[in-house]
Design a protein around this ligand. Structure first.
Ligand SMILES: Nc1ncnc2c1ncn2[C@@H]1O[C@H](COP(=O)(O)OP(=O)(O)OP(=O)(O)O)[C@@H](O)[C@H]1O
Ligand SMILES: [Mg+2]
Length: 461
């Protein structure tokens, strides 16, 4: 509900409006003169001001001017008992949001206007919060990974983000292409401007065209009004064109032209509009193949891929699995208010061994599911989907106790070193599970604290 200031030197109007707005749930304050209103404005932030025009000490239009300076976001409604053309013109020129004439329907009109404004303010606040929330989640620090491959990508993002060059992000489904696109936008000078996403694969050709470029009323059946396209909406910001590999060849030609000329022409319009948009495109297709087989235009490809970024599948950066899994655990544990704290080493081993065809998204879903199902403090093997545990069984026969065929590789192995590695890995894993508490780690490993210390020292843990 809105915070409203009512300004009128006619007492009865003030009181009537106060009662009406209060009843509708708004917070209302009164000022019985222009000067009093000014003083209020200096100390409080109002969503809406409703002010009379003809007051003894000051004109409502002067108050409007003052309010515009001191509180530009406040919505200003002028009311008058003696409508004249010149005050109406002043009201418009100085930026009044509404102009209402005192008459039989004054109360109804004002109630409706205030309710509508209050609603849009609410909405704005909500999207403001959402935006901030998104921002928080889209910085570079929310892309998790310490593998050399991911480090390279972080560096690349930091280098190229500030410029406006086009970026083409490739990678299998779920590797984080959208996350990277957002991070690039957030780290660029465009971050205060819109980041708009369009899934090019989700639209039939003509619809995609009108979405991207906009249209004029009557341009096609169903075009009932003039509409801006997404290029225009993203002006000054970034347009993320997802699944660009699914775009039809005709659309590719049109897009090529827009990128070439920096102008778009809405469907049915005769005028081109300049647009300043950074395009980041993404695909999970193999472009070389698409081009070779004639499904993607080579010229467009070169336009789009000024800076190519390839996100490797998760199975090629297994080092990141544990880190990702733990951070997802943390995220979902909090959001579901669960007691589960850690991932059992055996379960983690299976997560790290799996080949993740759905990449990070699959891992995230796996952890979310495990957290949701878990009633204890650990995510255990039983909490993992069967495909993951089965994969481990099928691909790690050398670790199965009753299969010794592959235990010793052809060239032999240094057993002492091997055992050392295993010891070290388990120490680290146990410490991980206990948040670094050594006594508890030693208990987990069923050894005395003394032996634990001995091993820790031996392996530099
Ligand atoms: N490195 C990462 N760190 C943290 N979360 C990640 C990482 N990579 C991906 N994710 C998460 O995994 C999910 C999938 O990521 P995203 O949507 O960016 O993938 P995508 O490559 O666009 O997939 P698709 O091709 O299917 O659209 C998202 O929830 C995202 O937050
Ligand atoms: Mg995506």
């Amino acid at each position: 509900m809105a915070h409203v200031l009512v300004v009128d030197d006619e007492r009865s109007i003030c009181e009537l409006l106060e009662i009406t707005f209060r009843k509708d749930g708004h917070r209302v304050e009164l000022a019985s003169s222009g000067e009093q209103a000014k003083r209020r404005l200096e100390t409080q932030l109002f969503d809406i001001i409703v002010s009379d025009i003809n007051m003894r000490d000051m004109s409502g239009v002067d108050l409007l001017q003052y309010a515009r300076e001191i509180s530009p976001e406040t919505v200003f409604i002028l009311i008058t008992g003696v409508p004249t053309l010149s005050t109406a013109i002043d009201a418009v020129n100085f930026g009044a949001d509404r102009y209402v004439i005192k008459g039989d329907s004054l109360i109804d009109e004002l109630r409706q206007a205030v309710a509508k404004i209050a609603e849009s303010i609410e909405l704005k606040k909500e999207t403001g919060i959402l935006r901030r929330e998104l921002r928080r989640l889209t910085g570079l620090d929310h892309i998790i990974g310490t593998s050399p491959k991911m480090r390279e990508i972080f560096e690349l993002i930091q280098t190229i983000a500030p410029q406006s060059s086009r970026v083409l992000i490739t990678g299998e489904s779920g590797t984080g292409k959208e996350l990277v696109a957002r991070a690039i936008h957030e780290n660029s000078a465009r971050s205060k401007k819109p980041f708009i996403t369009i899934n090019c694969g989700a639209f039939p050709e003509t619809l995609l065209e009108s979405e991207l470029f906009g249209y004029m009323k009557g341009a096609f059946t169903g075009a009932g009004e003039n509409r801006h396209g997404l290029f225009k909406a993203a002006h000054g910001g970034t347009l993320f064109m997802d699944e660009i590999g699914n775009m039809s060849l005709t659309m590719q030609v049109k897009l090529y032209r827009v990128l070439q000329e920096g102008k778009v022409r809405p469907l049915g319009s005769t005028v081109e509009e300049d647009v300043d948009v950074r395009v980041i495109a993404a695909t999970n297709k193999d472009f070389e193949k698409e081009i070779a087989e004639g499904r993607f235009r080579e010229d467009l490809y070169y336009r789009l891929s000024v800076i190519p970024i390839h996100l490797p599948p998760l199975r090629e950066r297994r080092e990141d699995i544990a880190l990702l899994a733990r951070s997802f655990l943390e995220r979902y544990r909090k959001s579901m208010s669960k007691a589960v704290e850690a991932i059992e080493p055996k379960a983690m081993e299976r997560l790290e061994a799996y080949d993740w065809p759905g990449n990070v998204r699959e891992l995230e879903n796996t952890i979310e599911r495990a957290v949701a199902l878990e009633t204890g403090r650990w995510i255990t093997m039983e909490g993992l989907p069967e495909r993951i545990t089965r994969y481990y069984q099928e691909h790690r026969p050398d670790l199965q106790s009753n299969n010794h065929d592959h235990l010793v590789p052809e060239g032999g192995l240094d057993l002492e070193q091997k055992i050392g590695e295993i010891e070290r890995a388990y120490l680290l894993a146990a410490l991980e599970c206990t948040g670094g508490v050594r006594v508890r780690a030693s208990e987990l490993l069923k050894m005395s604290y003394r032996s634990f210390r001995h091993y820790a020292k031996k392996h530099g843990v």
